[in-house]
Design a protein around this ligand. Structure first.
Ligand code: LLP
Length: 463
């Protein structure tokens, strides 16, 4: 007999409507280490804990929804990237994935550099004490103010994205009597196998200078004539949530090809290349991401080989992982509200957040998993859709997942792998107040980004 509190709800053994799911996992209580951060485990009474803290206590103290970030896991991933790439390469964490002052300090302590793409990200980085020379500024439409701030702060590199920007950065650097280190961002023509909106190296899009069309070579020519710019290298970012290394290898091959061409044409050997970020993570156990050491090995080998065959000294390599560092380190903790079983379809489980704290499902058709974390349950699996509290039907957090059929209002559920591009893309839609980010480590929790309040909302609304 089912212990279901919702007997009208469909069970997996009954009709299975169209969806992304496969079969329910063998045991719904398992917190699969492929998608949960390192210190997550069940306590003896069945609730989940992270960083030595019971999620029920975290919910009590910090409220829900909340992003719970596993600091030990974050630091371990930073170290894995640093160690994989070694002393001859630089790892720039991509701040767009998630940035806060605590994160900047961790990065600094772990020896990583930082990629920012707006004046806002730059302000956070500088205010938390990241040395400017370890910051790279990106963006396809940097404002004069952003460039000025970066140049005067002394950022280590500005990645140039358009012909107008070459002139703009050169003028601003000259005005301040500086020689700004720059890279040129190229589009290498690789079709990354990922969602269209997060693929960036095909020709028909807004970023960078085309390699095949000759714009990249022309950009090099122009930059080399400008004394206020020091061209240190070429940059390529092929896209995001990528699982195989072949796209990066093709990019490395083509970027080194440009270095050779630059040497042949100008007699200049550019000392650096940056191959961007984009390494995928596991959102569900079906995803099979590459490890940092695999990508480091693949990239290191190809850069060494291609440089040797072109007669070049191998350039210093840098990479810009965002998601692969912070993505797996956090989960979003929600409280279950209304539960609506739909006969023959699925059960809609509403939580106290939604598309305002995770837009990725609606925007990229992203897949997530979910688990009941305030207790264990041996009830049978119930095909569920986790939805938010926003006023539209696209407000879906987890499209298809199995939760125990005895799920009840007040239970806590958690969605893993929400560390990247969830808080950083959160919105105030429907005047929702963005959730806090709570960092946990060694039995201690601290708020690193606080929850928004009604007062915050009203302060911006000046009447
Ligand atoms: N470097 C550059 C120049 C980038 O544009 C990006 C991401 C990265 C590094 C970091 O990529 P990652 O390692 O995090 O994949 N909002 C989307 C992702 C957009 C990524 C934009 N650029 C998402 O939620 O999937």
């Amino acid at each position: 007999m089912s212990r279901s509190a919702h007997p009208a709800g469909p069970r997996y053994a009954d009709v299975l409507p169209e969806g992304h799911y496969t079969a329910p996992p063998a045991d719904l209580n398992t917190l699969d280490p492929r998608v949960w951060s390192r210190t997550v485990a069940r306590t003896t009474d069945g609730a989940a804990q992270v960083g030595g803290l019971d999620v029920r206590h975290l919910a009590e103290e910090f409220g829900t929804p909340a992003y719970i970030l596993d600091e030990a896991d974050f630091r371990a991933r930073c170290r894995a990237w640093r160690e994989a790439f070694g002393e001859d390469a630089d790892v720039f964490y991509a701040g767009k994935a998630f940035l806060s002052r605590a994160v900047v300090r961790w990065l600094h302590e772990e020896g990583l550099n930082l990629d920012v793409c707006t004046g806002g990200e730059l302000a956070v980085a500088l205010s938390a004490g990241m040395p400017a020379e370890r910051i790279a500024l990106h963006g396809n439409n940097k404002s004069a103010e952003e460039i000025e701030r970066a140049v005067t702060a002394g950022v280590g590199r500005i990645v140039l994205d358009s012909f107008q920007e070459i002139v703009r950065v050169a003028d601003i650097a000259r005005k301040h009597g500086k020689r700004q280190r720059v890279q040129i961002r190229v589009t290498v023509g690789v079709e990354a196998h990922t969602h269209e909106f997060i693929a960036t190296a095909h020709e028909d899009q807004k970023f960078g200078f085309s390699l095949s069309g000759g714009d990249a070579s022309e950009a090099v020519r122009r930059v080399l004539t400008l004394p206020s710019l020091e061209l240190i290298g070429i940059h390529s970012h092929i896209g995001s949530q990528i699982f195989d290394t072949s796209g990066f290898e093709v990019a490395a091959h083509r970027v080194v090809g440009l270095l050779k061409q630059v040497r042949d044409e100008h007699g200049v050997e550019l000392p650096e290349i940056d191959l961007g970020g984009g390494l995928g993570i596991a959102y569900t156990p079906d995803d099979d991401p590459r490890e940092p050491h695999e990508i480091a090995k693949a990239l290191g080998e190809i850069v060494t080989r291609e440089s040797a065959s072109a007669g070049l000294t191998a350039p210093r390599l840098s990479v810009e992982p965002g998601r692969a560092i912070v993505g797996p380190t956090a989960f979003t903790l929600y409280e279950v509200g209304t539960i609506k079983p739909l006969e023959g379809l699925r059960t809609y489980v509403s939580v106290d957040g939604g598309m305002s704290d995770n837009i990725r499902t609606a925007l990229y058709d992203a897949e997530y998993t979910v688990a009941l974390v305030s207790r264990a349950s041996d009830a049978e699996p119930m095909l569920s859709r986790v939805v938010g509290k926003h006023c539209e039907s696209g407000d879906i957090v987890v499209r298809d997942a199995f939760l125990p059929a005895d799920l009840a209002p007040g239970d806590l559920i958690a969605v893993p792998a929400t560390g990247a591009y969830c808080r950083s893309m959160a919105s105030n839609y429907n005047h929702a107040m963005r959730p806090p980010v709570v960092a946990v480590a060694d039995g201690e929790a601290r708020v690193i980004v606080r929850r928004e309040t009604e007062e915050d909302l009203l302060r911006l609304d000046v009447g």
